[in-house]
Ligand binder design. Structure first.
Ligand SMILES: *Cc1c(COP(=O)(O)O)cnc(C)c1O
Length: 403
């Protein structure tokens, strides 16, 4: 964990703090708290204890036998799907709630897209007995009603956001607005490696437990380091969490997979790194989906967790430097990836990491010379089964084939 992987407020030309003046002091307070508490031995001990006792870490590193045969190389899956609540997001939520507790913040706010981050936040708020308000776009509320109900069961208040595209970007803006007003007693528990400093650093360092475990497990299982690492990229937290402990070794290749949605040319996608526009969104500079007038575009993906027009500044920098290779995958290929891994390995992936499997099923050569590869299986697919069936024209709740 903490503060070990980066010290600056910028990653090359990306990152920074592009925020209204009212947010500078809260960000400074958070930075100070993060540096003081998170690096302390006591904090790290609490973090390790909770991710183990409550979330079930370490998650396994699974050698994927059938997938390896099919792709003609050794493939290992980092099983973040086996975390409590079903995805990697709980790692960050546990880190930040511990920090909020140290800072005596009793009110927690968050934004959510797929609902996975909202569920993670509602979960840790219940566990720490904190008030929890989750901002969520109205459109996401509709397509992720199970997660909304989960959050309510967990004791959170889900606040519908009706502005803009009514998805994650708008929920994030609303959460920032709340934070400015209520900063005294409120911690904003941001869900990915985006936003102003210190969030991209802090979230990465909490998620780096993924890469740290992977490094150790891979050494134990093979006696060496992997030569390729692959992750899907929404905001970028599961990718940065896996990559962080391996960044020093330039020989390890990094692969990121974005959502091409209905196709890059259609404009209906969530692939800022592939489409290469730059801009400022939610407090930091990064790659950003924007049109010729600089207006932020509305993102689209079949995977609600990738439905964000921006991306973490460190990933932007890694791409800019040529260290990170990126491709985007269309929705229909993602559905294939979802079914491909399920049938091949007995693991139903979330639609977000299904992007990786959809791509590799079609283009295994993208991995080049990499012979030993770790794929971050960021979450499980239970939440997506109904949507996939519907995509294929089946209405399971009505009891079979759709019209
Ligand atoms: C939210 C989510 C993602 C995307 O977020 P990152 O910050 O890019 O990791 C990926 N996979 C799953 C399962 C998610 O829930």
């Amino acid at each position: 964990m903490p503060i070990s992987y980066h010290e600056e407020r910028h990653f090359g030309e990306f990152g920074g703090q592009y925020v209204p003046e009212t947010l500078l002091a809260p960000l400074e307070e958070l930075t100070e708290a993060y540096k003081t508490f998170a690096s302390s031995e006591e904090f790290q001990k609490d973090f390790k204890r909770i991710v183990s006792e409550y979330s079930g870490r370490p998650t396994p590193l699974t050698y994927a036998q059938q997938l390896s045969r099919d792709l003609n190389r050794e493939i290992y899956l980092k099983r973040e799907d086996l975390n409590h609540t079903g995805a990697h997001k709980l790692n960050n939520a546990i880190g930040q709630i511990l920090l909020a507790d140290r800072m005596d913040k009793e009110r927690i706010i968050a934004e959510t897209g797929a609902g996975q981050h909202g569920v993670a936040v509602a979960t840790v708020c219940a566990y720490f007995d904190k008030e929890c308000i989750v901002y969520m776009g109205e459109k996401d509320i509709k397509r992720q009603s199970l997660n909304v109900y989960r959050m309510e069961l967990l004791g959170a208040r889900v606040e519908p956001v009706k502005t803009g595209a009514r998805t994650l970007k708008d929920a994030t803006s609303e959460a920032i607005r709340d934070w400015v007003t209520n900063v005294e007693n409120t911690h904003y528990l941001l869900g990915s490696v985006v936003g102003p400093y210190p969030y991209p650093d802090m979230v990465r360092d909490f998620q780096a437990i993924i890469g740290e475990e992977t490094k150790e497990q891979f050494q134990t299982q093979t006696g060496t380091d992997p030569d390729g690492l692959v992750a899907c990229i929404g905001g970028g937290s599961n990718a940065m969490g896996l990559f962080a402990p391996f960044l020093d070794n330039e020989e390890i290749e990094l692969f990121g997979v974005e959502a091409a949605g209905e196709g890059i040319d259609s404009g209906r996608h969530s692939a800022p790194l592939v489409t290469s526009g730059h801009g400022v969104l939610h407090g930091s500079k990064s790659y950003l989906m924007s049109d010729e007038d600089g207006q932020v575009q509305t993102p689209h993906s079949v995977a609600a967790g990738l439905d964000y027009p921006g991306v973490g500044p460190q990933l932007a920098d890694l791409k800019e430097k040529g260290r990170l290779q990126v491709k985007a995958v269309k929705d229909d290929q993602v559905i294939k990836g979802f079914k491909y891994l399920s049938a091949l390995e007995g693991i139903i992936p979330a639609l977000e990491p299904a992007h990786v499997f959809g791509l590799l099923a079609e283009e295994p050569d993208w991995l080049g010379d990499c012979e030993q590869v770790v794929i971050n299986l960021s979450g499980r697919g239970d939440k997506d089964v109904l949507e996939v069936a519907e995509y294929e024209g089946r209405d399971l709740l009505a009891g079979g084939e759709a019209e």
